[in-house]
Each structure stands twice: as structure tokens, then as C-alpha cells.
Design a protein around this ligand. Structure first.
Ligand code: THU
Length: 143
């Protein structure tokens, strides 16, 4: 078994989903009323979480995935292996376009996204085909 296979084989999706639901209860979402929680398994084995934090100036809202990535990076936990994003009802929520790009930076297209109990996880690359990434940046920037 290769290293990525070993890492993904041991993903405890139910635990990840529970962590996402738990942090969703701490969301600051007085404007939309949509509480979102995100939990990610990192390459060092840590589970990092984030919730959405809304703002009276609506456009400044922080998505749950942004909090998760901030925690991943500030805690030096490495890259993402798997992510579960749920709403307050515990059901998986499709990450918004911006968050797909933010997650991509920290795990690449093979990051697995929770599709819910009894459903096959989805690769991030399938949700963001043809993404702009660091390879594109390096290849295309001027000297
Ligand atoms: N939201 C997230 O936290 N993540 C997403 O990927 C989609 C949307 C939040 C932002 C806002 O607080 C609420 O859901 C409604 O858009």
C-alpha cells in the first residue's frame, strides 16, 4: 500500500463528521442562520476544525473552511488528507467555489471530501477541474 493509500484507508469519516458538527454549534451566523462546521484530517494525524464567522458587513464573512485552513497552517499540521463540511443539521454541505480553491492549496486534488454516510467520498479535483494552482503560477509568471 502506498503512503497516500495508507492515509486514506484509515480515515474515520464518522469521527470527522462529528467534529465538523460539533464546531458548527459554535458558528457565528446571525445573518444567514446557516451554521457550518468543517473538520479536516491532516498528514500529521491531527484533526483541525473551523466554523463560519459572519459579519454585519456581509462581504467580510469567513467560511468554515477558512477557519480550518488557518488552524492547519498556524498549527503546522502539514497538508490536508480528508475534509468533512456539514451544516447544522449534520448533512454534508458543498464547499463554495472560493473554499474549494483554498482547500486545494493545502492538499491538492486528491483531498477527499465527505459525501455523507454510506456515500463514496469525492476527490477535490473532481469539484474543481482545471484549477489554477501553484504549477500554473510558476509556469506562467514572467521572469
Ligand atoms: N459557508 C461556509 O462556511 N462554507 C461554505 O463553503 C459555504 C458557505 C457559510 C458562509 C455563510 O456564513 C453561510 O454559509 C451562508 O452562505
Amino acid at each position: 500500500m502506498s503512503t497516500p493509500d495508507r492515509a486514506t484507508a484509515s480515515i474515520e469519516w464518522a469521527a470527522l463528521r462529528r467534529a465538523a458538527l460539533e464546531v458548527a454549534t459554535r458558528a457565528h451566523a446571525p445573518y444567514s442562520g446557516l451554521h457550518v462546521g468543517a473538520a479536516g484530517l491532516a498528514t500529521d494525524g491531527a484533526v483541525v476544525v473551523g466554523c463560519n464567522v459572519e459579519n454585519a458587513s456581509y462581504g467580510l464573512t469567513l467560511c468554515a473552511e477558512c477557519g480550518l485552513v488557518s488552524s492547519l497552517v498556524s498549527g503546522a499540521h502539514g497538508a490536508l488528507v480528508a475534509v468533512s463540511v456539514v451544516a447544522g443539521d449534520g448533512e454534508p454541505l458543498a464547499p463554495c467555489g472560493r473554499c474549494r480553491q483554498v482547500l486545494l492549496e493545502h492538499g491538492g486534488p486528491t483531498v477527499l471530501l465527505d459525501a455523507g454516510e454510506g456515500r463514496e467520498p469525492v476527490k477535490l479535483g473532481a469539484l474543481l477541474p482545471g484549477a489554477f494552482d501553484v504549477d500554473e503560477l510558476v509556469a506562467r509568471r514572467g521572469g
